[in-house]
Design a protein around this ligand. Structure first.
Ligand code: CTP
Length: 401
């Protein structure tokens, strides 16, 4: 997919710059040509020597470099690539891009380019949340700049929150998605998967038997069809697929927040077996056993993620697909569930213990839409995923313009 593609890699000055070394390796492995550009600050974090050794090309650093200009002028440099990737995109670099400043080589190339640009922001959480940065992001989105991340997590500066740069493999997946020619190329899909764990105390929780196999298979099939996939998964037994953006969550409420943050999307597939209830009285300390006393738990309802996404106004995905795990009257219950939750399709399955479906390798589903129910034969979960994604691709009728 990346063979012979030319990537202009602009490295900004942040601690996350070290991750670009790994990214360059992975890009080269896949046959891409990487032309590196570093800002002055980037060279404080990683050496141009390492970057050029891995890229196999000289690093471009200075705007006024007569030798380099004689070989390839900066305008030509900005336009000779198939894709411009900015990693890490610092608050300063994003601000320059949003305002059209061009006072060094990196910002000049970004202003002069007519090539699609993807940025992977990385900065301290306060800088990310600052109204100035948020204004700049809005401007850049309107200018058609594509974003990867940032992720939420521990930062090198010791704080926690959004602002952490996406991992090299996530950036690679987003770059590959740009060059994919599958029927869902250019589409963003969110997939929920796995069980949720609802804590009783720090060591005990309530869960269900979902393995995450069906959700993982769907995410992989969407990826193979060219979609860029955000995979929001509870603690599942099956590893997430590669080449998708993975967001790990534990509880239903965390899953809901992660899905919300991942919007907008063209497609939402809600395969997670979300716990309907959580323990109202979850304890911060481990419950101690007291002889003769049995603790009683009281429950409250969890948010219904599928229903709330289906009911969204502005950024409801164009196609919302839910699942229905039933143990009796599968079609009737699933049809009611589709109406109640407001989704477009329901993939209904019988999870009675004798079917071996929950936690097993096979699935036997009925697709409920506004047409007549479609009974699919029992098949492997990967096959169900492929067939569902073929249906989704048909629904979208080709690549996004
Ligand atoms: N779902 C969700 N959020 C919840 C519960 C369910 O997003 N809090 C989604 C599931 O991911 C699935 C669909 O809703 O796509 C149906 O899940 P299911 O467990 O079959 O339905 P419930 O709403 O739990 O109804 P019931 O348990 O009464 O069958």
């Amino acid at each position: 997919m990346l063979k012979d593609k030319r990537i202009l890699l602009i490295i900004g000055g942040g601690i996350a710059a070290y991750k670009t070394l790994e990214l360059i390796r992975r890009l080269r492995e896949r046959g891409a040509a990487v032309t590196p550009v570093m800002t002055g600050a980037a060279a404080e974090f990683v050496t141009p020597m390492s970057v050029s050794a891995l890229a196999g090309e000289a690093v471009h650093q200075a705007l006024f470099d007569l030798g380099a200009e004689a070989e390839m002028g900066h305008i030509q440099l900005s336009r000779s690539a198939d894709l411009v990737v900015v990693v890490p995109a610092t608050a300063d670099l994003l601000a320059k891009m949003a305002h059209g400043l061009a006072n060094d080589l990196a910002s000049t190339l970004l202003l002069a380019t007519d090539t699609p640009v993807i940025v992977a922001p990385a900065m301290n959480v306060r800088m990310w949340e600052h109204p100035a940065t948020q204004r700049n992001l809005e401007t850049l989105r309107a200018d058609g700049i594509a974003f990867i991340g940032p992720n939420e997590g521990d930062m090198a500066c010791g704080e926690y929150g959004p602002g952490r740069m996406s991992e090299p493999m996530e950036i690679l997946a987003a770059i590959e998605a740009r060059f994919s020619s599958g029927p869902l190329a250019g589409r963003h899909a969110i997939v929920t998967s796995g069980p949720t764990h609802e804590p009783i105390d720090p060591v005990r929780y309530i869960a269900n038997r979902s393995s995450g196999a069906q959700g993982s298979a769907i995410a992989a099939a969407l990826r193979d069809a060219g979609a860029s996939v955000t995979f929001v998964t509870g603690p599942a037994a099956i590893a997430p697929p590669t080449g998708v953006k993975v967001i790990n969550v534990e509880t239903a409420r965390e899953m809901e927040a992660a899905v919300s943050r991942a919007l907008p999307a063209d497609i939402g597939v809600f395969a997670a077996a979300v716990a309907d209830w959580r323990v109202d009285t979850a304890q911060p300390q481990k419950l101690k056993k007291v002889k003769g006393e049995i603790p009683s738990l009281s429950f409250v309802e969890n948010p219904d993620i599928l229903a709330s996404v289906s009911a969204r106004g502005g950024n409801r995905p164009e196609l919302v697909v839910g699942f229905a795990a039933e143990t009796e009257n599968v079609v009737e219950n699933a049809t009611q569930k589709r109406a109640r939750k407001g989704c477009d399709w329901i993939v209904a399955n019988d999870v009675s213990p004798d079917t071996g479906i929950m936690g097993g390798t096979d699935n036997s589903v009925v697709l409920i839409s506004d047409a007549a129910p479609e009974y699919w034969p029992r098949m492997r979960k990967e096959e169900v995923a492929k067939r569902l994604v073929e249906r989704i691709a048909k629904r979208f009728g080709g690549e996004k313009a």
